[in-house]
Design a protein. Structure first.
Length: 322
């Protein structure tokens, strides 16, 4: 990795020389704009609107347009003279619990590497942050922009995460927030049950960018000169007759019946073990535990007669049977 910034962490009277590296990268497939007829690349040239001449990059400056249409020209020298102490320092201003930071504020992440001379102070700050359970709130100027930032520990390395300023967060001004929308208790209960049945530990490696993979396959198919088979699209038909409760019930049923729904199987087995057994009734099955884990079709055939036998027997086990 190549460092994109060099400076120091200002921590009280301690200065820790560090370098910053981009911690993330976009894996998007890049395309070039081309002429549809012959595939020739489209080029863009910079022309001055006044003299209609092409301008080389080194002669281009920044301009701030006034409401009157006049332009204030700012050069690289002007930008370099900005009186910002954070242009070469990550100035720690306070420490705060991580849960107090709204994730909507997070912008970009950078790995922080210490220079040789600052390794000991770096490790001291890292260990102190880990022990405290807090994050450092700092200010830093990167790419001609001053930002709030946090310093936290990830896999033994300090990570600088730049934050958006509060006035850069748009308020959610949506009409439905002012409406009195009623949610029935039974619908809320079913929605909570659905959430519980779909809850598991998050593993980012278990997810894939399906769109990017399909795009790569499309390009490879074009290169190979073969036709790309289009998979069936998911169709969601508008069905006003289906209520929200019915949709939740169907979702719960689908989740329980889904292949690999380990939690649903565990719930069903726990319910079977908890049910009282009648001494007069025949055993529900004489098959081994391994046979109970057969395909869903076989299991449904076995459960149906068991349910009918239970319907004929009393709801509660009799005292004689016990």
């Amino acid at each position: 990795m190549r460092s994109m910034w060099k400076g120091a962490i200002s921590f009280g009277l301690v200065m820790i020389p560090v370098r910053l590296y981009a911690a993330t990268e976009q894996k998007d497939i890049s395309f070039r704009q081309v002429h549809r007829e012959d595939g020739g690349r489209i080029r863009f040239r910079r022309f001055c609107s006044i003299d209609d001449e092409e301008i080389p990059y080194e002669d281009i400056a920044k301009g701030y347009e006034l409401p009157t249409g006049e332009m204030v020209v700012l050069t690289d020298e002007d930008m370099a003279d900005l009186p910002l102490p954070t242009t070469k320092a990550i100035e720690v201003v306070q420490f705060a619990p991580a849960e107090e930071l709204d994730p909507i504020l997070f912008n970009r992440s950078y790995y922080v590497e210490p220079e040789t001379a600052g390794a000991r102070a770096y490790v001291l700050l890292r260990n102190a942050l880990e022990q405290s359970g807090r994050v450092a709130v700092a200010q830093v100027a990167l790419r001609q922009r001053e930002s709030l930032a946090t310093l936290r520990v990830r896999e033994g390395v300090l990570v600088l995460e730049t934050l958006l300023w509060p006035d850069e967060i748009r308020p959610p001004t949506f009409a439905f927030l002012d409406q009195d929308i009623e949610v029935r208790p039974q619908e809320l209960a079913m929605a909570s049950s659905l959430i519980d049945s779909m809850t598991s530990s998050f593993d980012a490696d278990a997810f894939h960018d399906n769109y990017r993979e399909a795009l790569i396959e499309l390009v490879e198919a074009k290169v190979a000169g073969r036709e790309l088979l289009q998979p069936g699209t998911l169709e969601i038909a508008a069905s006003p007759s289906v209520s929200l409760a019915d949709a939740l019930r169907a979702s719960l049923a689908a989740q329980k019946a889904s292949v690999g729904g380990q939690e649903a199987k565990a719930i069903e087995s726990a319910e079977d073990e908890a049910k009282p057994k009648s001494g007069a009734a025949k055993p529900r099955t004489t098959k081994s535990r391994a046979a109970k884990e057969d395909a869903a079709e076989t299991e449904s055939d076995e459960v149906a007669p068991a349910r009918s036998s239970r319907a004929k027997s009393p709801a509660k086990p009799s005292k004689k049977a016990s």
